[in-house]
Write a protein that binds this ligand. Structure first.
Ligand code: PLP
Length: 403
C-alpha cells in the first residue's frame, strides 16, 4: 500500500464537474442552514423514528463474561436500516437544487428501497437501475420499489449486476443533469458524496455518545460496526475519532476463504486504485481489474471502501478485521436467542467480533456494536443457512397459490 496515498477525489468526466461543484455548494450551504437542519431533523424524528434505541445486551453480556455490550439499533429505522438517513439528506438537498428526480443503482435492492421511499415522501420521481440478474434474485425488493412508485430499469449487459447498473445510472445521469440527483448509497463515489453521506450518518455516533454519557457516564472502550461501503461504520465512528481511547473497529466480510473471489475484505487484499469516481482501496485482480467478491450478506459484497474510512485505516485510527459467513450466521443466532434481536446478516458480522472481543475485556469496559439493520430482509438467506426444509415447503405452497 502506498503510504502517501491521498484517498477520495473526484475522478469523473468533465461533464460532471459543474454538477458536483453545485452539489458541494448546496451541501455546504445546507449544513450551515437552520431551515435545512430543522427539516432534516424533523424527517429523522417523525418519519424515520430517531433517536434509535441503544440496547443494553444484558444476557449476552452475562454469557460472554467480559465487557458490557450495548447494541445501537439502526434496524429500528423506517425501512429497517441506517440507509434511509443519507437518502433523506440527499433527497432534501436535491429539492433545494430544484431537482425533480432521484436516480439510484442497487444490487441487493436495499438502497433502491430506501431511495424510492424518500422519493415518494418528498414528491420526487425515482428511477432505479438494477442488473437483470439482480432483479431476478431480489424480486421482493423490486416489488417494494415498484409499490413505492419507482421505475426499476433492468440492465441487460456485462455481468448484469451492480457494476453494470452503476455504469447505466451514470450514463442516464449525464443525460438528465438538470433534473436529476444521483443518490449514492454509501460513503463512496466522487467528492462530495463520501463526506456528505458521512455527515448525515454521523447522527449515529452522536446519539451513542449522548446516551452513554447519561446511562454510564463514560465513553465506550470500543465501537464496532460492519463495513460494506462504510456508511454505518463512518456514521458510528465519526463522533469518536478525536477520543483516542476509544477503539474503532470495522468488520468486513470474510466470506468463505482468503482467495480472491471468496471474500470482500479490503484488509485481506485491498490495493490502491481508482474506480467509480474515487481513489481508495479496492479488491483487484493481478492485472488491476476489479475482482469478484463473495459474502453471505449482499450489503458487504462490494470491492471498494469509502475513502475517508480507508484514510482512517491507513493512519491507524480505525482497525479492520473480518468475520466469516458462518461466524456471522452463528452470531445472528446467538443474539436472537439471548437478546430478542434478529440482526441483518451484515450487522451480524459486527456481532461476531463482539463475541470474540467481549470475553477478553474487563467487566467495566463498554463495547457498542452498531446493528446496521434488522434481519427481516434476510428471511430467505436465514432459512437456507439453517437448512429449514419446512420453509422450502412453504415456498412451494405459496407458488401453488398463484393462478
Ligand atoms: C447496505 C447495508 C450495509 C452496508 O453498507 P455500509 O455503507 O457499509 O453501511 C450494512 N448493513 C445493512 C443492514 C445494509 O443494508
Amino acid at each position: 500500500m502506498n503510504k502517501d496515498a491521498h484517498f477520495g477525489g473526484a475522478y469523473v468526466p468533465e461533464m460532471l464537474w459543474e454538477t458536483l461543484h453545485e452539489l458541494t455548494e448546496a451541501f455546504n450551504t445546507a449544513r450551515n442552514d437552520s431551515v435545512f437542519q430543522s427539516e432534516f431533523q424533523d424527517l429523522l424524528k417523525n418519519f424515520s423514528g430517531r433517536p434509535t434505541p441503544l440496547i443494553f445486551a444484558a444476557r449476552a453480556t452475562g454469557e460472554l463474561g467480559g465487557a458490557k455490550v450495548y447494541l445501537k439499533n439502526e434496524g429500528a429505522n423506517h425501512t429497517g436500516a441506517h440507509k434511509i438517513t443519507h437518502c433523506l439528506g440527499q433527497g432534501l438537498i436535491a429539492k433545494k437544487l430544484g431537482k425533480k428526480m432521484l436516480i439510484a443503482e442497487t444490487g441487493a435492492g436495499q438502497h433502491g428501497v430506501a431511495t424510492a421511499t424518500v422519493a415518494a415522501k418528498l414528491g420526487l420521481e425515482c428511477v432505479v437501475f438494477m442488473g437483470s440478474e439482480d432483479i431476478r434474485r431480489q424480486r421482493p425488493n423490486v416489488f417494494l420499489m415498484e409499490r413505492l412508485g419507482a421505475k426499476v430499469v433492468p440492465v441487460e449487459y456485462g455481468s448484469k449486476t451492480l457494476k453494470d447498473a452503476v455504469n447505466e445510472a451514470l450514463k442516464f445521469w449525464m443525460e438528465h443533469l438538470h433534473d436529476a440527483h444521483y443518490c449514492i448509497g454509501s460513503v463512496l463515489g466522487p467528492a462530495p458524496y463520501p463526506e456528505m453521506n458521512r455527515y448525515f450518518q454521523s447522527v449515529i455516533g452522536r446519539e451513542i455518545k449522548e446516551e452513554l454519557r447519561e446511562r454510564e457516564g463514560a465513553l465506550p472502550a470500543a465501537v464496532v460496526a460492519c463495513v460494506g461501503g462504510g456508511s454505518n461504520a463512518m456514521g458510528s465512528f465519526w463522533e469518536f475519532v478525536p477520543d483516542a481511547a476509544v477503539r474503532l473497529i470495522g468488520v468486513e466480510a470474510g466470506g468463505i476463504g482468503k482467495n480472491i473471489g471468496e471474500h470482500a475484505s479490503r484488509k485481506i487484499a485491498g490495493e490502491l486504485g481508482i474506480f467509480q469516481g474515487y481513489k481508495s482501496l479496492f479488491l483487484q485482480t493481478k492485472d488491476g481489474q476489479i475482482a469478484p467478491t463473495h459474502s453471505i450478506s449482499a450489503g458487504l459484497d462490494y470491492p471498494g471502501v469509502g475513502p475517508e474510512l480507508a484514510q482512517l485505516y491507513e493512519s491507524g485510527r480505525v482497525e479492520l478485521t473480518y468475520a466469516l459467513d458462518s461466524e456471522a450466521v452463528e452470531a445472528a443466532d446467538f443474539f436472537a436467542k439471548l437478546e430478542g434481536v434478529i440482526p441483518a446478516l451484515e450487522s451480524a458480522h459486527a456481532l461476531s467480533e463482539v463475541r470474540k472481543m467481549a470475553p477478553t475485556m474487563p467487566k467495566e469496559a463498554i463495547i457498542v456494536a452498531t446493528l446496521s439493520g434488522r434481519g427481516d430482509k434476510d428471511l430467505f438467506n436465514f432459512a437456507r443457512a439453517f437448512k429449514d426444509t419446512s420453509f422450502r415447503d412453504f415456498l412451494k405452497d405459496e407458488y401453488g397459490r398463484y393462478e
